[in-house]
Structure formats: structure tokens, C-alpha cells
Design a protein around this ligand. Structure first.
Ligand SMILES: Nc1ncnc2c1ncn2[C@@H]1O[C@H](COP(=O)(O)OP(=O)(O)O)[C@@H](O)[C@H]1O
Ligand SMILES: Cc1ncc(C[n+]2csc(CCOP(=O)(O)OP(=O)(O)O)c2C)c(N)n1
Ligand SMILES: [Mg+2]
Ligand SMILES: [Mg+2]
Ligand SMILES: [Mg+2]
Length: 346
């Protein structure tokens, strides 16, 4: 980072990435360059606010993600929390910390990915903060969005008798991570993955937050609770169960397993459910709908091209999550998922 000072660096990373006309159309009055950003709030809407951080060696390593993927995924994971509220993402602030001596090319690529992700979900990057640090790279993304008053989809809204659903396929990101860690080839030089492996790697490096699904679920008026899956299905279902004061039964035979996950898990001698329940970083949504409306919601989602799988039900049991196994055995699932402060790290 020798040839650039902090301000030159910020300019290099952000200048011209989102043209003035786009920012204006997106509601930005004052963007990057002043003490703070000023942007429009849609009259009558509420703000939805969230942040997520990606740290080197915790969320990514040189062998697991290309630099552009890091930026893409940092934005995607924050947008996912807006999606999980049924909100519309609008603005983002980026907090970048990196060790002195980081190659400018590296951060430039991270920002390419960040802006690619921002464009995808129509998010205006309005500011941030850049600092040096002693560890690895850290990228924090704050996203501000909007939602109709009183309509946000909360973890606490599940009721006994609801059906439990998940959008899309789970466990693939975690299997992709497993694959990348086992191969231990520097990111960008992979080259040798077969198409099924490539799909797992893609799920890990380029997750797709379910913004359209979240909006559809809110607008349907049928969805009760909603949560995004960052730490694994078991952990996120537990969050809904505890916040709502209900039990959740997941039915193993109803949880879809992607072909590529099935094949990879079989090769590893592992159960695909381990990736699905405890892996995380899928950024799909898990939620509940009154059972009598589940089919209607499913049809409405299908018509909009949003997959919705009914994977279980909400019970009046004490808060907890159980798996109805294919054998019929009822297994109590631990709160286990990715845990930053677990002894073994995760
Ligand atoms: N350091 C913190 N200070 C204040 N609030 C926090 C902090 N970390 C997390 N939270 C809040 O705690 C809640 C749960 O956070 P987290 O588990 O990270 O959410 P998610 O998994 O959906 O990203 C959120 O409301 C989040 O804003
Ligand atoms: C090198 C590496 N090791 C392990 C993981 C797995 N991992 C790291 S953080 C995480 C959970 C999601 O991150 P978190 O910061 O907890 O997101 P949040 O729940 O706050 O959205 C997972 C599964 C990874 N992505 N990369
Ligand atoms: Mg978090
Ligand atoms: Mg979340
Ligand atoms: Mg999150």
C-alpha cells in the first residue's frame, strides 16, 4: 500500500463505480466524499438496518475464495438479513480494515466483487471507513433497507400448526468449503473441479440472498416467521423456535438434497444432513406459514420462479428443534451451528 495514501485508495476503490446518475436515481443526495451520506427515505416506509463482517481466516482464506468473491459475499450476506425481514435493500456502508502492505490489486478486486453484488441487488454504496489493522483483511458491510410499517417478517411470529418452509437448496456452501479446504489450491488456480464440485464451490463463494423471495413472502400476507440461514438450518430453526416460544419438527425426507451435495457427501462417507443442518452460509430463507395456506404460498412462489420446500411443522412443544428421521426416529437437534466463540472455532 506504499504508493497510495488512504484518500487515494478510497478514490481508487470507489470512484466511478456507481455513476452519479445511478446514485441519484437510487435516492442518494450526498454519497462518498463528505462526513456522512445523505439519502432519501421513502415516505411511509420503515428503515431496516443490519451489518455483517467477513474476516480473513474466519470467513475466508486464500485457498477458499478469490478476492472478488470476498467482496461479493460480504455484500450478499448483509443483503440476506434485509431479505430475511421481507425488506428492500437500498444503501450500504463499507468498513474495510487491512494490514499495512496489502497489495492494492487485492482490495481493488474485493471492491469489484462488492460493486458487482451491489448492482445485482440494486444497493447504492454511500460510504464507509478504511483503516489499517494488525490481523488479516476485515470487510464489514452495513445495509440499510426499507419495509412497510408493521409488516417486517420476524423470527418471533411462528405459531403451533404452522408449516415450516425453506427457499432453495441447503448445505451446498458448506460442502463447497469442505472441498476447497481439502484441495488446498490457491483461489483462482482451482481449474480441476468437475461441474458438480464447481456448483458447490459456487454456492460457497457466490451466495444469492433471497430478496425476491423475501418480498414475495411479505406481499403474500401468508408468511409468519422468517430467518436467513447463515449458521446452519438447525441453528436458524432454533432461533425461530426460541423467539416464537414454539417447537419445530423438521422432516428429513422432506428436506431436498442437491444431487451434487448427495454425491460429494457419499464420496466423503458423510451424511448430507450434517452439511444441511450444521454447515451454514446458504443464505436461503427458513420460515413458517399457517399449514392451511402452505400450498397456496407454494403455488404463488412457483409462479414467480421462487422454489419453496415444505420441510416441517411448528408444534406446541417447549422451544427446541427435532428431526423426524427417515427411520421414523425423532432426534433432538442441538443448537449447534457455526459458533464464533466455540472452543474449536466454529
Ligand atoms: N456487537 C453487536 N452490538 C449490537 N448488536 C449486535 C451485535 N452483534 C450482533 N448484534 C445484533 O444481534 C442480533 C443477532 O445477530 P446475528 O446473530 O449476527 O444476526 P444474523 O445471524 O442474522 O446476521 C441482530 O439483531 C444484530 O443486529
Ligand atoms: C476459512 C473458513 N472457515 C470456516 C468457514 C465457515 N464459517 C465461517 S463464519 C460462518 C457462519 C456465518 O458467519 P457469521 O459471521 O456468523 O454470519 P451471521 O450469522 O452473523 O450472518 C461459517 C459457516 C468459512 N466460511 N471459511
Ligand atoms: Mg452477524
Ligand atoms: Mg440473519
Ligand atoms: Mg447475517
Amino acid at each position: 500500500m506504499s504508493s497510495l495514501d488512504e484518500f487515494g485508495l478510497i478514490r481508487m476503490l470507489t470512484e466511478g463505480k456507481q455513476p452519479e446518475s445511478l446514485l441519484r436515481a437510487g435516492g442518494v443526495e450526498t454519497g462518498i466524499g463528505d462526513d456522512a451520506a445523505v439519502a432519501e427515505a421513502t415516505p411511509g416506509m420503515r428503515l431496516v438496518m443490519t451489518c455483517d463482517t467477513m474476516n480473513e481466516d474466519i470467513h475466508f482464506k486464500r485457498i477458499t475464495m478469490r478476492d472478488a468473491d470476498i467482496g461479493f459475499k460480504a455484500m450478499a450476506s448483509a443483503v440476506s438479513d434485509i431479505a430475511a425481514m421481507g425488506g428492500i435493500p437500498r444503501y450500504a456502508l463499507i468498513s474495510l480494515s487491512m494490514p499495512k502492505g496489502t497489495e492494492p490489486e487485492r482490495v481493488r478486486s474485493i471492491y469489484d466483487g462488492l460493486y458487482e453484488s451491489a448492482a445485482r441487488w440494486n444497493v447504492m454504496v454511500v460510504g464507509g471507513d478504511t483503516t489499517s489493522c494488525t490481523g488479516g483483511i476485515s470487510l464489514g458491510v452495513t445495509v440499510i433497507g426499507e419495509v412497510e410499517p408493521g409488516r417486517a417478517l420476524l423470527r418471533s411470529a411462528a405459531r403451533p400448526g404452522d408449516a415450516v418452509f425453506a427457499t432453495g437448496l441447503l448445505g451446498r456452501s458448506s460442502a463447497g468449503l469442505d472441498l476447497l479446504l481439502n484441495r488446498a489450491i490457491p483461489a483462482g488456480n482451482w481449474g480441476s473441479f468437475d461441474p458438480q464440485e464447481e456448483a458447490l464451490v459456487q454456492a460457497h463463494c457466490r451466495p444469492e440472498p433471497q430478496v425476491n423471495a423475501g418480498r414475495l413472502l411479505l406481499e403474500s400476507g401468508m408468511c409468519r416467521a422468517l430467518n436467513d440461514i447463515s449458521d446452519g438450518l438447525a441453528s436458524e430453526a432454533w432461533e425461530v423456535a426460541e423467539a416464537s416460544g414454539v417447537g419445530i419438527d423438521l422432516v428429513e425426507d422432506r428436506i431436498p438434497v442437491a444431487d451434487e451435495l448427495y454425491a460429494y457427501a457419499a464420496r466423503q462417507g458423510k451424511d448430507p444432513m450434517d452439511y444441511i443442518l450444521y454447515g451454514g452460509e446458504d443464505y436461503q430463507l427458513v420460515g413458517t406459514v399457517p399449514a392451511g395456506q402452505a400450498l397456496e404460498l407454494q403455488l404463488r412462489c412457483k409462479a414467480a420462479g421462487v422454489p419453496l420446500h415444505i420441510i416441517g411443522c411448528v408444534t406446541g412443544e417447549a422451544p427446541g428443534v427435532r428431526l423426524v428421521q427417515s427411520s421414523g426416529f425423532l432426534l433432538n437437534l442441538g443448537k449447534r451451528g457455526y459458533n464464533h466463540f466455540a472452543e474449536e472455532g466454529g
